[in-house]
Ligand binder design. Structure first.
Ligand code: MN
Length: 228
């Protein structure tokens, strides 16, 4: 390998539950409005139009128990989501083959600068400032599908300071995990290390410094965070 003129960036590595080895992250794709009740609360039609995607940066993901409140926003929302971590990729993946590409699953939060997102929507501008900021994607340890299978149902929930704020079920997704992978692979060539955040149920809301956020997906895991 040739030398680099500046230090090469470190790979982004996420914990795998019960293992010393970690999961290396390549890209992070996120699905918008994948639960009907959340689409409605955001003022959109929940009909089954094709899913749309946006991205976070690989290094926005991390394992940790702290979410540092970001700069440049005064309205930062939580969105609890099922996270898929891919062991294999490809283009034009069939729905029937899609789940065989998944290494494992985790619980994640798609933290969003909602004020910046609202402004971007009004001005037809991109969402990166709202979605792809530092520490915007805390995730739990990845649980291998070899251990838990491919969850189709299971409560998806999030509490702030002990009060339930989000409560849904994986079976309420408009587009299933297999369908998301298939659709995503019609636009992008997926590869090992790609991570997909699959959308959030209703109940999104703002956090403030000092909040304790605890969230989970039954059968997958839990994540607890202090907003700092
Ligand atoms: Mn989201």
């Amino acid at each position: 390998m040739r030398a680099t003129v500046i230090p090469a960036p470190q790979p982004v590595l996420l914990d795998v539950d019960g293992m010393m080895e970690q999961f290396p992250v390549r890209r992070v794709y996120c699905v918008g409005r994948n639960y009907a009740d959340h689409a409605i609360e955001m003022g959109h039609d929940p009909s089954r139009e094709p899913p749309f995607f946006f991205q976070k940066n690989a290094d926005n993901l991390y394992n940790g128990d702290t979410f540092p409140y970001p700069s440049a926003s005064s309205n930062v929302h939580y969105e609890v989501e099922l996270v898929m971590a891919l062991a294999e990729g490809g283009a034009g993946i069939a729905v029937e083959d899609a789940l065989s590409k998944v290494y494992g699953y985790a619980v994640g939060v798609d933290f969003t600068r909602r004020d910046l997102q609202d402004k971007a929507k009004k001005m037809s501008r991109p969402w990166e400032a709202a979605k792809a900021f530092e520490k915007s994607g805390p995730v739990s340890a990845i649980v291998p599908a070899a251990r838990i299978g491919h969850p189709k149902t299971g409560a998806v929930w999030l509490d702030v300071n002990g009060t339930r704020r989000q409560s849904g079920d994986l079976n309420q997704m408009i587009w299933s995990p297999a369908e998301i992978i298939a659709e995503l692979s019609s636009y992008f060539t997926l590869a090992p290390g790609d991570v997909i955040m699959t959308g959030t149920p209703a109940g999104v809301g703002a956090v403030v410094k000092g909040d304790q956020v605890t969230c989970g997906i039954d059968g997958v895991g839990q994540l607890s965070l202090t907003v700092a």
